[in-house]
Design a binder for this molecule. Structure first.
Ligand code: PTJ
Length: 248
């Protein structure tokens, strides 16, 4: 793979593309993941490729929500595994969350390749391969979860999720933290905490907030969650996208 100089004005964006390409070559990311990445990039471009203040507030609320949870789970698909494998392991460690592979285009080969990739990045346990529970209201393959993972979770982080599944998961009463660059996607709309930011920035940011909040009391964490306004965060992100400049 060609080396990208850090001085390149689009360094982050090019690095992200290379990671996704590499994910496809390793059998981790689906070819549809390339399209999803392109869709996300367009929104990121309009956001100025930075974490806007409302996304930072959402990341803090997400961290508080995860620290308050009885059983938090971070769901990982092919794009997430390619882009932020080590960062997901850090997030799980900082919040006591389980990691579960959950795919839109599920195959046994991709499930194993992603679980191995996460283990290579430090994950001790990766759930998702047992698939002994189902999310109600979805067709067979997309509904598969582990009974002692997402099936039992009270708070689930679902980055870059398909809208149907995000809605079905929210309908089970679980609290959803969604990371999605499109504030109007059905996933972002279904979320209790929508983090409208690139996963590359969002996951380390939630981890940073979780580490900062590690000593906070339950009341303090509940106050952060209670003060967070998901509709206001989506509206602020939509405004930022609509007012975004088309310059690189
Ligand atoms: O690995 P699989 O089989 O589970 O498939 C995963 C994809 C992402 C292919 C699948 O879930 C899918 O098709 O997703 P969608 O419906 O294209 O939705 C992806 C959403 O993520 C879109 O709203 C994008 O704007 C957003 N997105 C894409 N890249 C990023 C992103 N959000 C944050 N960070 C990104 N890097």
């Amino acid at each position: 793979m060609e080396e990208i100089p850090e001085s390149h004005p689009r360094y982050e964006s090019l690095l992200t593309r290379h990671r996704i390409e590499d994910g496809v070559e390793r059998g981790i990311t689906s070819t549809q993941g390339l399209i999803a990445q392109g869709r996300g990039e367009a929104f990121d471009y309009l956001l100025g490729e930075e974490t806007i203040p409302s996304a930072d507030e959402a990341a803090r609320a997400a961290a508080a929500q995860l620290l308050l949870a009885d059983h938090p789970v971070v769901s990982v698909n092919g794009n997430v595994a390619a882009l932020v494998p080590g960062e997901v392991v850090d997030l799980a460690e900082a919040t006591g969350a389980d990691i579960e592979v959950n795919l839109f285009n599920r195959t046994a080969e991709r499930m194993t390749a992603i679980a191995d990739h996460l283990r290579e990045h430090g994950a001790e346990e990766v759930k998702g391969l047992t698939a002994d529970a189902r999310i109600p209201g979805l067709d067979h393959e997309r509904a598969k979860v582990d009974a002692d993972g997402i099936g039992d979770a009270d708070v689930v982080v679902v980055p870059l999720e398909d809208g149907d599944r995000a809605e079905a998961l929210a309908a089970t009463g679980k609290t959803e933290v969604v990371v999605d660059l499109n504030p109007l996607s059905r996933s972002a709309q279904a979320a209790a905490v929508p983090v409208v930011d690139n996963i590359i920035r969002a996951v380390p940011n939630v981890t940073g907030h979780a580490r900062e909040l590690a000593g906070a009391t339950q009341e303090e964490l509940e106050a952060i969650v209670g003060e967070f306004d998901a509709d206001a965060a989506r509206t602020a992100a939509e405004r930022a996208v609509r007012e975004g400049e088309l310059v690189s």
